[in-house]
Design a protein around this ligand. Structure first.
Ligand code: C2E
Ligand code: MG
Ligand code: MG
Ligand code: MG
Length: 291
C-alpha cells in the first residue's frame, strides 16, 4: 500500500521490501494511466523581471492528481518516471502542451518564454532535436519562445555528444538554462564553452537569505559569473520580500517563487499574464540601499 507522507506527497517507506516494490508498481501503473485519463496536467509558474515586476517567463511543471491517491508530488513521480524510462513519454507530452500554450499566449498578444524541464534520459534520445523542431513548426512557435531547463549532470554525461546537441539547439534559437545551479558536480569550465543563456540559482541558497552569509556569498559568486559571461541569472524559491530585496541588491535579474505565485493552471496563468501586462505584479522596487 502506498503510504501517505503528508503535504500531498506519497512515498514507499514500508517496512518490507515486498510492500515497497508493490507500491512502486501500483504507483507506476497509475502514473501510466494518468495522461489518458486527464489526471496529468501542466501548470505554469511565473518568472518575474526584478526591476519592472513584470512576468517574462513561465516554467512548465507537471502536476498529477490521482482519483485514489490525490495529488502526487513531482518529487515522487518524476524520479519514478526517470527510473522506469516513462519520463520519455511524459516529457514529450509536457513539451507539446507547453509549446501549444506558448503559441496561444503569443497569439493572444501576451508573449512569454516558456521553460520546460528536460531529464537526462529525454535529452539523450537520438531524435530529441528532430521532434522538438517538428513540434515548433506544427504550433508555429518561434524557437526563441522556448527554453529548456537542464541539470548540470546532463553536461557531464557523454560530454562531446551533448555539447554538439546543445549547439544545435542554440543555433535553432532555443534558450538553454541550467536548473538548480550550484548543487551539481560539474566544473565551471563548461559555462564558457557551451551556449547557456540562463542560470537558475537553486532554492536551497535562496532559503538562507537574508541571514546566512555562506548562502549570500554563493549567490554573489553565481551572479558575478553570470555578469562576466553574459548569462542571465534567475533566483528560484523566493518566498518573501526580504529575499527579493537582497537578490535585487546583489543585481539578480529575475526571480521565481511563491512571493509572486506558485505554478497555476494554464487558464489562470493567462489571466496573470494579462494582469502583468497592465500593472506590475509586485510593488516597484525600493531604491537600492548601499550595502
Ligand atoms: P525544479 O525544476 O527546480 O522546479 C522548481 C520547484 O520549486 C517546483 O517544484 C516548484 O513548485 C517549487 N517552487 C517554486 N517556487 C517555490 C517557492 O517559493 N518555495 C518553495 N518551497 N518551492 C517553490 P515541483 O513542481 O514540486 O517540481 C519539483 C521538481 O520536479 C522540479 O524542480 C523538476 O526537477 C521536476 N519536474 C517537475 N515537472 C517536470 C517535468 O515536466 N519534467 C521533468 N523532467 N521534471 C519535472
Ligand atoms: Mg526547473
Ligand atoms: Mg530548480
Ligand atoms: Mg529541482
Amino acid at each position: 500500500r502506498v503510504k501517505e507522507l503528508g503535504r500531498g506527497s506519497y512515498g514507499f517507506y514500508q517496512p518490507q521490501m515486498n510492500a515497497n516494490l508493490l507500491s512502486r508498481m501500483k504507483l507506476e501503473h497509475a502514473m501510466r494511466q494518468a495522461i489518458g485519463s486527464g489526471g496529468m496536467d501542466v501548470h505554469f509558474q511565473p518568472q518575474v523581471d526584478m526591476s519592472s515586476g513584470r512576468i517574462t517567463g513561465a516554467e512548465a511543471l507537471a502536476r498529477w492528481n490521482d482519483p485514489e491517491l490525490g495529488a502526487v508530488s513531482p518529487g515522487t513521480f518524476i524520479p519514478l518516471a526517470e527510473e522506469s524510462g516513462y519520463i520519455v513519454t511524459l516529457g514529450a507530452w509536457v513539451m507539446e502542451r507547453s509549446i501549444q500554450r506558448a503559441a496561444a499566449w503569443m497569439q493572444a498578444g501576451t508573449p512569454v518564454v516558456v521553460s520546460v524541464n528536460v531529464s537526462a534520459l529525454e535529452f539523450r534520445q537520438p531524435d530529441f532535436v528532430d521532434r522538438l523542431t517538428r513540434l515548433l513548426a506544427v504550433y508555429h512557435l518561434p524557437p526563441a519562445m522556448l527554453e529548456l531547463e537542464l541539470t548540470e549532470s546532463i553536461l557531464l554525461q557523454e560530454a562531446q555528444e551533448m555539447a554538439a546537441r546543445l549547439h544545435e539547439l542554440s543555433a535553432l534559437g532555443i534558450g538553454l538554462a541550467i536548473d538548480d545551479f550550484g548543487t551539481g558536480y560539474s566544473s565551471l569550465a563548461y559555462l564558457k564553452k557551451l551556449p547557456i543563456q540562463k542560470l537558475k540559482i537553486d532554492q536551497s541558497f535562496v532559503r538562507g537569505l537574508p541571514d546566512d552569509e555562506g548562502d549570500q556569498a554563493i549567490i554573489r559568486a553565481i551572479i558575478s559569473i553570470g555578469q562576466a559571461l553574459h548569462i542571465e541569472v534567475v533566483a528560484e524559491g523566493v518566498e518573501n520580500p526580504i529575499q527579493r530585496q537582497v537578490l535585487q541588491e546583489l543585481r539578480c535579474d529575475h526571480y521565481q517563487g511563491f512571493l509572486c505565485s506558485p505554478a497555476v493552471p494554464a487558464d489562470m496563468f493567462a489571466q496573470l499574464l494579462q494582469l502583468s501586462a497592465a500593472v506590475p505584479l509586485v510593488p516597484p522596487p525600493a531604491p537600492v540601499r548601499r550595502v
